[in-house]
Design a protein around this ligand. Structure first.
Ligand SMILES: NC(=O)c1ccc[n+]([C@@H]2O[C@H](COP(=O)([O-])OP(=O)(O)OC[C@H]3O[C@@H](n4cnc5c(N)ncnc54)[C@H](OP(=O)(O)O)[C@@H]3O)[C@@H](O)[C@H]2O)c1
Length: 288
């Protein structure tokens, strides 16, 4: 049993992490009111009091579009925050588990390929830039870290699947982007990777951690409707067309969010496919 500090405890991923780690470990769960990760003095004090063996940072500024006009706050939460946690973890000899994103890449890689951990980064959004800065702050301040880059996350919180279930029941027809490629990732499966990391003590470093296999938002939506028995026509549209039809302004979305899992799989940790994750999620979601 480990003593583990969880930050951002009300977030979507945090809920799954708390559920998964709660039976085996002693958890100290803190939300933004109890532990604002941007407050360096408080972070140092709290971590020194709690003396955790692990810190799992689930806190983040995740509003991708809003971040475009909110660089300062996004950077404070996504970069200063993890930097503070890394510093405090080092002082206490704790291990930091930090969550990052595919948005650290520019998303322009040929879709026949998936990004590996050492590929050149080059974020093109404010959110991506601040998350990359967060990775750098972690690496600068401690050697005992795991940076898990994930993508297309869904779980107990507002997410794409919930939105599609609602829209699919309300409409006869929907336009969904078909030229962005990635792996939908069930928060419970990422929480399991975190639990297994702690159990197996895999080597520190950066890992890509999404569900297995790749799809597009369009194919993902069709699968959601098929599994949920929703009769709604899905029209595939390009990102450009979608922006035009919806008349919206949005931060640039990566065309290629595909992350190779070869490195994490080589540690012996197993990861289910996105379709398997979706089936388990819908069993919970549709029986509420
Ligand atoms: N969602 C995705 O599709 C996705 C994709 C790739 C990577 N990720 C990464 O995965 C991680 C988890 O994402 P998520 O979707 O679970 O995020 P989330 O639901 O937005 O949760 C983030 C939590 O952080 C808290 N928080 C914000 N500022 C804080 C501060 N200064 N101190 C402490 N807590 C603070 C928020 O609290 P309040 O709500 O009270 O502000 C919220 O509860 C993040 O690192 C994110 O960047 C997510």
């Amino acid at each position: 049993m480990m003593r583990i500090l969880i930050t951002g405890a009300n977030g979507m991923l945090a809920k799954s992490v708390i559920k998964r780690l709660g039976n085996e470990h002693e958890l100290i769960c803190t939300d933004a009111t109890e532990l604002d990760i941007t407050n360096q003095e408080l972070v140092m004090k709290k971590v020194a009091e709690i003396k955790p063996e692990y810190i799992v940072n689930c806190a983040a500024y995740t509003a991708v579009d809003k971040a475009e006009d909110d660089y300062e706050l996004a950077d404070k939460i996504n970069a200063d925050g993890p930097g503070n946690l890394a510093m405090a973890a080092k002082e206490q000899g704790a291990v930091l588990v930090h969550i990052s994103t595919d948005y650290v890449f520019n998303g322009e890689l040929d879709v026949a390929k998936a990004y590996v951990e050492d590929d050149e980064v080059g974020p093109v959004t404010v959110y991506g830039k601040t998350k990359l800065h967060g990775e750098e702050e972690v690496k600068k301040n401690t050697d005992k870290y795991y940076i898990f880059r994930t993508a297309w996350l869904y779980g107990d919180g507002n997410n794409f699947v919930r939105t599609m279930l609602k829209l699919g029941q309300a409409k006869d027809e929907l336009n969904v982007v078909s030229d962005q490629h990635g792996s939908p990732t069930y928060a419970e499966d990422l929480a399991n990777i975190i639990a297994e990391t702690i159990e197996k003590k895999i080597p520190y470093g950066v890992y890509h951690t999404t569900n297995q296999e790749f799809t597009t938002w369009y194919d993902f939506t069709n699968k959601i409707f098929e599994l949920a028995n929703i009769d709604c026509k899905v029209n595939p549209v390009s990102t450009e067309k979608y922006i035009e039809i919806m008349n919206i302004k949005q931060a640039k979305r990566p065309k290629n969010s595909q992350l190779s899992k070869d490195k994490i799989l080589s540690t012996g940790i197993t990861i289910p496919t996105w379709e398997d994750g979706l089936k388990r999620y819908l069993e919970v979601e549709l029986n509420k």
